[in-house]
Ligand binder design. Structure first.
Ligand SMILES: *Cc1c(COP(=O)(O)O)cnc(C)c1O
Length: 557
């Protein structure tokens, strides 16, 4: 017997030789977890069963209680402890409508397990050949999908859509100042994104040392897309003051309203202004983390309509796909597979149109004494901000194979169909509720309620409401958020405190609050819409009643 077996240490590891006894043990432990989760499921609510007393001292108590055990526990006991973590955990049932927080699909999970069983390091193909192979494959697949030349493009899996925005900025800096990686970033660089963009760029400006004061927010139109006239104006303004625009983020699918910037228009404005001033065109990153998946409809033949979508669903998908067709105008982009790609966290894919751009960020051979730059190994990702990397591309690969283009088309179309049904019912059943992203087809509806006799959304967008009026409406909506939060265990809605930024009658600007329904669970069907609306109606009526009582009481005072 080997020493490791004598000491019992290998019992905590998968087998060395593939023997059936040890496999059985591993399978039993996995079975314990999977069936344990199943026993907690409750399709009539949004949380798994089980108690979790989240008192004010919850985390404080955890700190006091926790210590590493002196001797290890049997794995079955550990399994029981792990399952306790999941008690009362949100779970993606049909009533899970809160945000872009999807369920992990079975192929996505299987891909993760595959990667873990060999635990390769995606940093270098000598250590993680499976990850390197899967990564090259999925980059090619997604490049072809969006319309990049797969022989020219490149990319890698990274830490989120935010990581992709960050790397885009690193590329932009390196393009404008090739010495910057060594000498630091010049003080006159500026980046641009819309008011509805994700805060990723804000953070990236901080992290690169440019500073978020050099982030210029471009106005949006009422459909939450970037106003390219304002972009042109602000580019000119920055240049006139001696600044250099290096980076523009085109949000192709905003996280709240699903507004979609027009990448082609942004490209032509950026190129135009650059030529006029003898500057390089800024690097354009399409933040397609969420919306990019609608590129699956690039190849869909809407006239033949092989999957039999209703005319309404087809029209919505077409409108989105028409914007996604412009993705190849971006120099880099992103697919957050943990969003609409149906894989577990963290599976974000960063793509560049020209793989050669990545060389701007690569390490010199003498900076990498341990890995890469050898006679062996052909794939070394010295340009990523990470050193070691998980092979999350294996999960992406698995999902792409299992769903296929058609699987993604069907799933996304279902989410869109449910959202359209929800809007229809909302208009009929609750006509006083306003849908405030009506121009954005997609999988999310933002809605806003108004105090009696207050002006509605159109008046707000037109800038004819006073700050006080809008604030009063925002407050009413905040009460709605709270009321919806009280029944969150049954139905889980989302909300946002920054839907659109609108001008006030006084000439300032202010953000609108809105409640949100995000169709994200594959288990939500059009047949569930009536029940959801009924619940919503109940909650909204209670909010109005409470408001009336409050105004009557204050009127008496
Ligand atoms: C979600 C999202 C991000 C951030 O992605 P993470 O994966 O959470 O880092 C950035 N931009 C957009 C448009 C997003 O939807």
């Amino acid at each position: 017997m080997r020493e490791s077996e004598l000491s019992g240490m290998t019992a905590l590891f998968p087998s060395e030789d593939g023997n059936p006894q040890e496999r059985q043990q591993l399978m039993q432990l996995i079975e314990q977890i999977v069936s344990g989760v199943d026993a907690l499921k409750n399709p009539n609510g949004v949380n798994l069963k089980g108690e979790k007393l989240r008192t004010d001292h919850f985390y404080q108590n955890l700190i006091l209680e926790s210590a590493i055990p002196q001797s290890g526990a049997p794995l079955a006991e550990v399994g029981d402890e792990l399952l306790k973590l999941l008690h009362n955990h949100p779970y993606h049932t049909r009533y899970f409508l809160t945000n872009i927080l999807p369920m992990a699909s079975t192929p996505g999970i299987l891909g993760m397990i595959t990667a873990m069983l060999v635990n390769g390091n995606n940093l270098w193909d000598v250590y993680g050949p499976a990850g390197a192979e899967a990564e090259v494959r999925v980059i090619s697949m997604m490049s072809k999908l969006v319309g990049y030349d797969a022989l020219r493009s490149g990319g890698y899996t990274t830490w989120g859509g935010q990581g992709a925005v960050f790397t885009g900025l690193r590329l932009a800096i390196a393009k404008f100042a090739p010495d910057a990686p060594r000498t630091g970033v010049p003080g006159n660089f500026y980046a641009f994104c819309s008011e509805s963009a994700h805060y990723s760029l804000f953070k990236s400006m901080e992290a690169t040392g440019i500073g978020s004061d050099h982030l210029i927010k471009v106005r949006t139109t009422a459909d939450s897309a970037m106003d390219t006239d304002d972009l042109r104006y602000k580019l000119e303004q920055v240049i006139a003051a001696g600044g250099i625009p290096v980076y523009i983020v085109a949000t192709t699918g905003t996280t709240d309203a699903m507004g979609i910037d027009d990448a082609e228009l942004i490209y032509s404005v950026a190129a135009d202004v650059a030529v006029k001033h003898g500057l390089k065109r800024p690097h354009i990153h399409a933040d397609s983390a969420l919306g990019g998946f609608f590129a699956f409809f690039n190849s869909y033949h809407f006239e033949v309509n092989p999957l039999g979508f209703t005319p309404e669903v087809s029209a919505a998908l077409r409108a989105i796909a028409n914007r996604m067709k412009h993705l190849p105008y971006a120099d880099s982009l992103c697919f957050d597979f943990q969003k609409l790609g149906q894989t577990p966290y963290l599976t974000s894919l960063f793509l560049v149109r020209d793989a050669a751009d990545l060389q701007l960020l690569d390490l010199e051979p003498d900076e990498t004494p341990y890995v890469g730059h050898r006679g062996y190994g052909q794939y070394h990702t010295g340009y990523t901000l990470e050193c070691s990397r998980m092979a999350s591309s294996i999960s992406i690969y698995s999902a792409l194979l299992a769903f296929g283009e058609e699987g993604y088309q069907r799933l996304l179309a279902q989410l869109v169909e449910v959202n359209l049904a929800f809007r229809r019912e909302l208009r009929v059943q609750l006509p006083y509720v306003e849908i405030v992203n009506g121009d954005n087809p997609g999988i999310v509806t933002l809605f806003r309620i108004y105090p009696q006799c207050a002006q509605g959304f159109e008046t707000e967008v037109a800038g004819r409401c006073t700050l006080a009026e809008i604030q009063a409406t925002n407050q009413l909506n905040e009460r709605l958020f709270e009321a919806l939060g009280e029944t969150r265990e049954h139905m889980f809605f989302g909300d946002t405190k920054k839907h659109l930024i609108v001008p006030t009658a006084e000439g300032d600007s202010v953000a609108l609050y809105a409640a949100k329904i995000f169709v994200i669970s594959p288990y939500t069907e059009t047949g569930d819409v009536a029940e959801i609306i009924k619940h919503l109606k109940n909650v909204i009526e209670k909010v109005y009643e409470a408001q009336e009582t409050a105004s009557i009481t204050s009127g008496r005072e």
